[in-house]
Design a protein around this ligand. Structure first.
Ligand code: NDP
Length: 284
């Protein structure tokens, strides 16, 4: 008689609100596509219940989970270990559970780098990073760890930009400085990569970061973190001027690939996850 196994591998996400988080659809589609007997459970976990949720995941021998807002910083005190970039960034969005030990990583910047690597190596590059929130912080640290030469962080509130620039300077080999974002920004000619890491464009295909579009030149790489809609106005303008463009969908999908690799030790092809998200976003 064949040996049957009725126990599935468990993974999931803790956030609140969680109703509009499409990660579950993306990861479950990949599990089904590869006939992996695993589930991803999208859990609404209020701040006061995070400790119990983490203990529950450990007790039920989940192999890992994502953490989204508002838990990315609060989860750290419940973990046993942090990956290097998560420690520098000070935020965790992906936890692996191995032999009962909880290891926190931050995949925001890693997902971005995986997407970027398809068109360019970050090493030695000069970057202009728009925004200074959580996404910008993760991207800046990973670019620094990947040996970018120089990162300028541009934000309306320059104090927030300076926090990121000093993190990069203190923890990586990259040089970093700050520019206050006041009026329309110009992209200097020696910049190799422009990244929109603001929330401008989320849910609004016509929103455009205040930029002098004539400074988007051929050869420049222009990346946007906005996953929905993926073809933001910035990317459309950049493409029209001969730039190489990268959308935020790639960053999100690669975070799924990295999470599954952490939890299951398997590198899945991103295609099925990408198609699932595209279908969901086009139905919005
Ligand atoms: P935060 O709220 O932490 O930061 C938002 C940033 O956007 C701030 O720097 C803010 O500037 C800036 N900003 C917002 N509106 C404007 C404006 N009108 N003009 C100039 N700057 C503006 O958000 P996150 O960093 O967490 O997320 C940013 C975006 O990244 C979100 O849209 C999110 O969906 C996306 N994201 C995508 C991921 C992916 O995998 N594709 C992963 C994570 C995030 P200020 O400080 O001056 O207010």
């Amino acid at each position: 008689m064949s040996q049957q196994n009725f126990r599935s591998i468990l993974t999931g996400s803790f956030s609140t609100p969680c109703d509009d988080n499409p990660t579950v659809a993306m990861i479950e589609a990949a599990y089904r596509h590869y006939s992996i007997d695993a589930h991803y459970i999208n859990c609404d976990v209020k701040a006061e219940n995070l400790k119990d949720a983490v203990a529950g995941a450990r007790a039920m021998e989940w192999v890992g989970f994502n953490c989204s807002l508002p838990h990315k910083v609060a989860v750290i005190e419940h973990l046993d270990e942090l990956a290097e970039s998560a420690r520098i960034i000070g935020a965790v969005n992906c936890v692996s559970i191995r032999d009962g030990r909880l290891i926190g990583d931050n995949t925001d910047g890693k997902g971005f780098l995986a997407s970027l690597n398809k068109v360019a190596e970050p090493s030695g590059k000069k970057v202009l990073l728009l925004g200074a929130g959580g996404a910008a912080r993760a991207i800046a640290v990973e670019l620094g760890l990947a040996s970018a030469a120089h990162i300028t962080v541009m934000n309306r509130d320059p104090k927030k930009a300076e926090t990121i620039a000093s993190l990069v300077r203190d923890n990586t080999s990259a040089r970093a400085d700050v520019q206050a974002w006041d009026g329309e920004a110009s992209v200097p000619e020696d910049v190799d990569i422009l990244i929109n890491a603001t929330s401008i464009g989320l849910g609004d295909a016509d929103a455009m970061p205040p930029l002098k579009v004539e400074t988007l030149r051929k050869g420049l790489i222009v990346a946007d973190v906005i996953p929905n809609p993926p073809r933001t106005r910035l990317l459309r303008e950049a493409e029209g001027r001969g730039c190489t463009v990268l959308d935020g969908l790639g960053m999100l999908v690669n975070q799924g690939v990295i999470g599954v690799k952490h939890w299951l030790g398997r590198t899945l092809d991103a295609g099925v996850m990408e198609r699932t998200l595209k279908d969901i976003f086009s139905a919005d």
